[in-house]
Design a protein around this ligand. Structure first.
Ligand SMILES: Cc1cc2nc3c(=O)[nH]c(=O)nc-3n(C[C@H](O)[C@H](O)[C@H](O)COP(=O)(O)OP(=O)(O)OC[C@H]3O[C@@H](n4cnc5c(N)ncnc54)[C@H](O)[C@@H]3O)c2cc1C
Length: 286
């Protein structure tokens, strides 16, 4: 296997094109090395993108934030741009694996690897994020939702160069909660992200909910969103929303051995996301 340490995005996409689908990008290697060891993939060339500065920046573009695909979870945790209303994304990054995994693992690798338990994805789905893809043919954008829901693919000659999303507005707060297998090195068994805004009249003005490990891939929980939008925010309504969520899970996970466990666990995780977000909002507004 050949190995290249690329110095620029242009070099990466040129190499990807040269190897015609037999070259693989490696960022932190926390997923890929395991796949290579297990012979799940057998690339002819590895193209290391971990030293390309333009892929690691987290930028404030006014009303948007752009995160370079090779930004590590530690980079996310340390970024002041992800404080305040974006705290759910930072929380997801902070709770990934161990310090070693957070130092190596990247947000782009988390998405490209395609695990249903990828922790950065539910918050990014709540933010209606866009993936910016580059190849020698140029640049294109796809929405993260389409990537999952419509099965849009990242081509073998493409890399994710960045993930972009609009900053939450007004009193919108992004939140995240997860239940792992073990405390430190857990790939999450179940995670929920929410983007919530309660209006001055106590009605739910904005609600986006995304889950991890409750289906074949991370997904938006549209039925629960539809149920909650415009409702008065109170405990009873949140309890009813949990029932809607459980019903949606049942449809998707019917027959799976993990369903009874997940149905019990989801209530706590969902409420932790909702109420944890509101607690955070108090701190942000204080
Ligand atoms: C012990 C352990 C604990 C873990 N805990 C968690 C956890 O708690 N939560 C969680 O979500 N994950 C966890 N993971 C999984 C892993 O760390 C993450 O998925 C990580 O984000 C992968 O990023 P990476 O940079 O290491 O990807 P790599 O291993 O380098 O690459 C993974 C895949 O993505 C492709 N790829 C990488 N970057 C790009 C790009 N920019 N464009 C196109 N394709 C790209 C590669 O070609 C490869 O196919 C854990 C892994 C381990 C080993």
């Amino acid at each position: 296997m050949e190995a290249y340490k690329a110095k620029s995005i242009d070099e990466v996409i040129r190499l990807l094109s040269q190897f015609e689908g037999k070259g693989k990008v490696i960022a932190g290697g926390t997923d890929l090395i395991i796949d290579i060891r297990n012979k799940k993939v057998k690339p002819e060339a590895l193209i290391d993108i971990s030293s390309i500065d333009e892929l690691k920046t987290i930028e404030d573009l006014g009303s948007f934030i752009r995160i370079g695909a090779a930004a590590t979870f530690t980079d996310l945790v340390e970024s002041s741009l992800l404080d305040e209303n974006l705290y759910g994304l930072k929380k997801a990054a902070r709770e990934v694996g161990s310090p070693q995994i957070r130092n190596r693992g990247t947000i782009g690798g988390n998405i490209a690897n395609g695990s249903p338990a990828a922790d950065s994805v539910p918050p990014l789905l709540c933010l209606d994020s866009t993936l910016i893809l580059r190849s020698i043919k140029g640049e294109r954008e796809i929405s993260l939702r389409d990537y999952y829901e419509k099965g849009f693919k990242i081509g073998e000659d493409e890399i994710i160069s960045a993930i972009q999303f609009k900053k939450p507005e007004g009193r919108q707060i992004l939140s995240f909660a997860k239940l792992g297998l073990r405390k430190a090195l857990a790939i999450s068994r179940l995670s929920i992200a929410t983007l919530l805004e309660i209006g001055g009249d106590n009605r739910i003005k904005t609600i986006r909910i995304a889950s991890g490990s409750l289906g074949r891939h991370p997904l938006r929980e549209y039925k629960v969103e539809e149920f909650l939008i415009g409702k008065d925010f109170n405990e009873e309504v949140i309890n009813e929303a949990v029932l809607v969520l459980k019903e949606a899970m049942e449809e998707r996970l019917k027959g799976r051995a993990t369903l009874p466990y997940k149905q019990r666990a989801v209530e706590r995780v969902f409420k932790d996301a909702i109420y944890g977000g509101l607690e955070r909002l108090k701190v942000v507004e204080a």
